[in-house]
Ligand binder design. Structure first.
Ligand code: SAM
Length: 311
């Protein structure tokens, strides 16, 4: 049985798939294809939606793929979903569980600072060792040497100093891809009189308790921050989340995705916006969602760059 956040991440996958900028993704894929046996790090991997997308590409290279998240429950779901998806795609998949006696496999990968919880060895269409690792992605990132760093819907949680640590372990001329990076726009349709009060307060919460996170301005701030940190941008594109009702309701599990988004916004702004305003906004949005009348857009950017040679 999936937890609420796991179901939310699964429900978000079809929204992400529609949103990704195909040109930016294409540049990243083309450059990754040219690498021999790259070590790929995915930071804040959640239930490994991006890893499963990567496995579905017909041009994915043989590689070592390390997916790090602080939440072991999400990685347990990731393990099952990667096994199912990979087998359905014709991979042979062998699970190596460090909890099993005899786990002494010496993989050619450095996950210092993290705890490996499972390795999935895939063969067939490509040879891919997927390592699922719990821990702080910034620590694992900064202690390794990575040929590609991916972080989807993650970097807005970080401060500029965190981003510096995250990219510090990327080898010279290697790839940095931050798809679905929030960039400060949230809109619901139809409009509601409390939208400005609620959504401005929501964006203000994203800077975190210490006020240091990139938060709602993550996408635009990365445009200047990444070059300052030695990552030259190769391609940047819009990757807005758009969920619209259809005559048959919402696609896939996107009604659930909307429910979580609406509740998350309302919870975040309590204490900043009068309770009666939040209650009225939330009740209207829930009603519209149930009636299949609620639309939603969030502005995101996809950013792809390459690490400059170190001076
Ligand atoms: C919004 S979710 C995105 C998950 C996934 N990338 C996706 O797009 O479906 C952010 C993820 O970052 C993880 N996370 C937050 N801080 C982290 C950290 N310091 N190190 C590793 N993971 C972290 C959370 O547990 C969560 O799974």
């Amino acid at each position: 049985m999936k937890g609420d956040f796991e179901r939310y991440l699964s429900a978000k996958a079809t929204v992400d798939d529609r949103a990704l900028d195909r040109d930016v993704l294409g540049r990243f894929r083309a450059d990754l294809r040219g690498r021999a046996d790259p070590h790929i790090l995915e930071a804040g991997a959640g239930t490994a939606a991006f890893c499963r997308r990567f496995l579905s590409w017909d041009d994915r290279p043989d590689c070592t793929y390390v997916a790090v998240d602080t939440d072991p429950a999400l990685l347990a779901t990731a393990r099952e979903e990667i096994l199912d998806t990979a087998r359905a795609m014709g991979f042979e998949a062998v699970l190596v569980d460090p909890a099993e006696p005899g786990f002494d496999v010496d993989f050619d990968v450095d996950v210092a600072g993290g705890t490996p919880v499972a390795t999935i060895r895939l063969s067939g269409p490509a040879h891919v060792d997927v390592h699922l690792v719990t821990g702080d992605a910034l620590t694992v990132a900064s202690q390794g040497r990575w040929d590609a760093l991916v972080a989807q819907a993650f970097v807005d949680l970080l401060s500029p100093a965190d981003v510096e640590r995250l990219v510090s372990g990327v080898a010279a001329d290697s790839l940095v891809y931050f798809p679905i990076t929030f960039d400060g726009g949230t809109a619901f349709a139809p409009s509601h009189p409390a939208d400005d009060a609620v959504l401005d307060a929501y964006h203000a919460t994203m800077v975190g308790a210490d006020g240091h996170r990139l938060g709602a301005r993550a996408g635009r701030r990365l445009r200047t921050l990444l070059p300052d940190l030695g990552v030259d941008l190769v391609a940047v594109g819009d990757a807005d989340w758009t969920v619209d009702p259809t005559a048959n309701g919402y696609p896939a599990d996107e009604a659930y995705f909307l429910d979580v988004v609406v509740d998350t916004v309302a919870d975040a702004v309590r204490g900043r916006v009068p309770d009666e305003t939040v209650d009225a906004w939330l009740a209207a949005r829930r009603e519209q969602r149930k009636a299949g009348e609620l639309g939603f857009v969030a502005r995101n950017l996809d950013l792809y760059g390459r690490r400059r040679e170190r001076e």
